[in-house]
Design a protein around this ligand. Structure first.
Ligand SMILES: NC(=O)c1ccc[n+]([C@@H]2O[C@H](COP(=O)([O-])OP(=O)(O)OC[C@H]3O[C@@H](n4cnc5c(N)ncnc54)[C@H](OP(=O)(O)O)[C@@H]3O)[C@@H](O)[C@H]2O)c1
Length: 335
């Protein structure tokens, strides 16, 4: 094992879209585990939209990363030293060690990953946080019924790609919205969405929704917010549910965007809208993991990983993900 650890720290707080100079790569001494801790060598780092919020000074649901501190993030890797009874050297652990080659955590905060179940990278995607977000956000909040129409924005991404498939597994009709023709082909041809449109080349969202959702929309799973979301409300059916998962169209705005006044739709259509954080469902992660793993093993759920090589590429890969470069789950492979 080397004597040094490589890390990427937050170098500056971005205004608007982040840039590579907002991050800095540095070498530090290898950390050593104390009692009850494990040292994990990162194999994969997950890059997620929430990290943009952590680059801000002001706290949202979690405090921002301090300048000079390692960027936060979910990782999976092999235990290379252990002082925790539940972990032995060689075990695979899913941890929150952030953007670095090695990290130390308390073993109680680590999830042991069974490498025989699926590739270990899936513990950051379909069998990890994005999978659980899709599962609970759709089933607990959207509550799709057979025959209903479920609209999913961010449909080709880590969460959205799973939401549409789970909706179809429940007998609903999934309609997706994503940002390129290749992504539209992917969600329709590979993931089995019933219909989809490219929001970047569609001039009139209302017209597209009218055409692709002729029976209206019963569940809207919102990953993006903004103009697209505003356009959805007139197409929601009576009793419609909106699961507010993410608002990525807003994360990089230097100034807040003005939107429409839409609350009257809630009265006329008796709508329910609920935002959530995946952590709200932490007590039930086991239920979601079992269901997702069963669907995966039965060949009912498909996923794509969009893997970039090398920790030094993480800043560009993160910015690229915010720009829509990725199809499926964006990861960085280190080891
Ligand atoms: N509530 C929770 O607990 C929770 C947990 C996980 C994720 N989330 C949220 O869920 C959403 C999806 O996360 P993910 O991890 O699955 O990421 P992802 O969809 O794999 O990647 C982000 C995608 O966002 C799309 N995007 C970027 N800018 C956009 C814009 N202005 N308008 C519309 N789409 C835009 C891009 O796809 P296109 O090419 O289609 O534009 C990009 O590929 C995010 O909003 C995230 O914050 C919430």
């Amino acid at each position: 094992m080397t004597e040094t650890n490589t890390q990427i720290v937050l170098a500056a707080r971005p205004t608007g879209f982040p840039k590579e100079a907002d991050f800095r790569l540095q070498q530090v001494a290898m950390p050593q585990p104390a009692d009850n801790e494990i040292l994990v060598r990162t194999h994969y780092l997950s890059l997620d939209p929430y990290m943009r919020g952590r680059m801000n000074e002001s706290a949202s649901y979690a405090p921002g990363v301090a300048l000079g501190q390692v960027m936060v993030g979910g990782t999976v890797g092999e235990v290379v030293a252990s002082r925790h009874a539940n972990f032995a050297v060689g075990d695979i652990a899913q941890v929150q060690t952030g953007w670095q080659a090695y990290g130390v955590v308390n073993g109680a905060e680590a999830r042991k990953v069974d490498p025989t179940l699926a590739p270990i990278s899936t513990s950051l995607g379909v069998l990890g946080m994005p999978g659980m977000t899709a599962y609970f956000g759709l089933l607990d909040i959207g509550k799709p019924q057979a025959g209903e129409t479920v609209l999913v924005s961010g449909a080709a991404g880590a969460v959205g790609s799973l939401v549409g498939q789970i909706a179809q597994l429940k007998g609903a009709r999934a309609v997706g919205v994503a940002g390129s023709d290749a992504k539209i082909a992917y969600v329709k041809d590979e993931l089995g969405f019933s219909a989809a449109f490219n929001y970047k080349t569609t001039p009139d969202y209302g017209e597209a929704l009218e055409q692709l959702c002729p029976d209206g929309i019963d569940v809207y799973f919102d990953n993006v917010g903004g103009d697209l979301t505003d356009a959805v409300f007139p197409h929601l059916n009576v009793g419609g549910r909106v699961s507010v998962c993410g608002q990525i169209s807003q994360y990089n705005l230097a100034e807040p965007e003005m939107g429409q006044r839409l609350l009257w739709h809630f009265i006329v259509k008796r709508l329910t809208m609920r935002g959530f954080l995946v952590f709200d469902f932490a007590a039930r992660y086991g239920e979601a993991l079992t269901a997702l793993a069963d669907w995966l093993q039965a060949g009912k759920l498909s996923y794509r990983e969009d893997i970039v090589e090398g920790l030094d590429q993480a800043p560009a890969a993160f910015i690229g993900m915010l720009n829509g470069d990725n199809t499926g789950k964006r990861l960085v492979q280190l080891a």
